[in-house]
Design a protein around this ligand. Structure first.
Ligand code: ATP
Ligand code: MG
Length: 415
């Protein structure tokens, strides 16, 4: 992509009411655009990052047998009444009447509608286990929507739901998904701690995946010896010593990027999702749900990987791998431009994503500032000075040193 053609431009300043680094850098970089508190639009650069995150999530969900589907955002009151959650959901769910007077809600989670849909397809032990997921927009009445993409009122969620015949099978699959979650966060480039939490409807515990960060709204307790982590609720119940090894805890601020829950039969019993077991007995299906916030994850990557000049994207989710800067004092048809054009074409042909700063109306200082703000892993510079030695300058966004490669060796020397 040529920067001269990109839909967005970098901005000098982010809105005054945006305090978080992710909002500041993502808005200034033109990754996202703010609509209102807690509501953001993904611009082309941001959409590329999000798409990479979503694809990593998809690959790992598919690898544990998850089948992707897409549910509706409108949800019927009836199914929420059946699980006795409609009234309680008011605080978080946008609920309203349509023109015929029928009450509806905008989905903030999908246990009810998915359980209702599964009734058409699950009736026997032979139909189990099953797992389906979606990456879809959720709406929530979030009162503290002040941290950019970390807490949206309209936001994306990956939600996986699994259906099982017995507890043993659910326990097995739950662990499989926990491992898949570890892989996802590692691939995205953030260090997430599996953290014991309360709130499982079925078992005493659920698990959260927490990334240490000062901007985080959660408090977790991490064992300084074995790495075991637990959230505030569990910590209040337990003692001040790690239950695994007896060592002390340190208190840390963190961001919850995902969580996994055993739901048991709460939804299946209420909505009549039964199956017939091998002996012919009718039983409610046992369920679990597993969430990740892709937008929150993108914001988390920014929060944990930046410097005063901008974002330092992990390689796997960077909008472009290479940021190619052309510095040509003579303007159009300079040798520098000819060489940079050729590099852009050659790298693109090799399938390497390149953001090419070919703009004619920007100074070197402005171009370097934008490269740092946008945060692509590799910066290449072609200038009169580098061409004197038939070279290209190479600098990694996360390092200080600058290196040079000869034009003919560039491809093989590209980090
Ligand atoms: P929190 O305690 O931070 O409000 P939650 O417990 O309500 O999170 P879940 O309902 O389990 O979160 O949602 C699953 C995942 O969706 C979370 O782990 C998080 O990554 C993401 N998520 C939840 N709420 C938001 C939000 N308002 N904006 C962006 N992502 C969110
Ligand atoms: Mg919440």
């Amino acid at each position: 992509m040529r920067l001269s053609k990109l839909f967005t431009k970098t901005l000098r300043e982010a809105p005054a009411d945006e305090a978080s680094k992710n909002a500041q850098f993502l808005i200034r970089g033109g990754f996202i655009s703010k609509v209102m508190a807690g509501v953001y639009e993904y611009m082309p650069l941001g959409w590329r990052v999000l798409d990479k995150i979503n694809n990593i999530i998809r690959e790992e969900m598919n690898a544990v047998g998850g089948q992707e589907l897409f549910m509706s955002v409108f949800q019927n009151k009836d199914i929420w009444s059946a699980t006795e959650r409609w009234d309680g959901a008011k605080e978080v769910m946008y609920q309203f009447k349509d023109s015929s007077g029928k009450e509806l809600g905008l989905g903030f989670t999908h246990e009810e509608p998915l359980t209702a849909a599964a009734q058409h397809f699950i009736s026997s032990y032979k139909d189990l286990p099953k797992a389906v997921y979606q990456i879809q927009t959720k709406f929530r009445r979030e009162e503290r929507a002040k941290s950019g993409l970390l807490r949206g009122r309209e936001f994306l969620m990956k939600d996986l739901y699994s259906f099982h015949a017995d507890q043993e099978d659910l326990d097995r699959y739950y662990e499989e998904v926990a491992v898949a979650y570890d892989k996802i966060f590692k691939r995205v480039g953030v260090k997430a701690l599996r953290t014991s939490a309360s709130g499982g409807l079925f078992s005493k515990y659920s698990d959260e995946f927490q990334v240490l960060a000062d901007v985080g709204e959660d408090l977790i307790y991490v064992c300084s010896e074995c790495g075991y982590a637990e959230n505030k609720e569990i910590h209040a119940e337990g003692g001040s010593k790690c239950p695994k090894c007896g060592h002390g805890f340190t208190e840390e601020k963190s961001i919850e990027v995902g969580n996994i829950f055993k739901l048991g039969t709460k939804f299946s019993s209420a909505l009549g999702l039964d199956f017939t077991d091998e002996a012919g007995a009718k039983k409610p299906v046992i369920m679990a749900s597993y969430g990740i916030g892709p937008g929150r994850l993108m914001a988390t990557a920014v929060e944990v990987s930046n410097d005063e000049r901008g974002i330092i994207w992990p390689e796997t989710i960077a909008p472009y791998r290479v940021h190619l800067v052309l510095l040509d004092e003579q303007g159009a048809r300079s040798k520098e431009q000819e060489v940079a054009n050729k590099i852009y074409e050659d790298l693109s042909k090799k399938g390497i994503d390149v953001l090419y700063d070919d703009r004619q109306d920007k100074t070197a200082g402005e171009k370097f500032a934008d490269a740092d703000l946008l945060g692509c892993p590799v910066r290449l510079v072609v200038s009169k000075r580098t061409l004197e030695k038939d070279q290209v300058e190479i600098k990694m966004r996360n390092k200080k040193e600058v290196a040079f490669a000869s034009l003919k060796d560039l491809l093989s020397q590209l980090p």
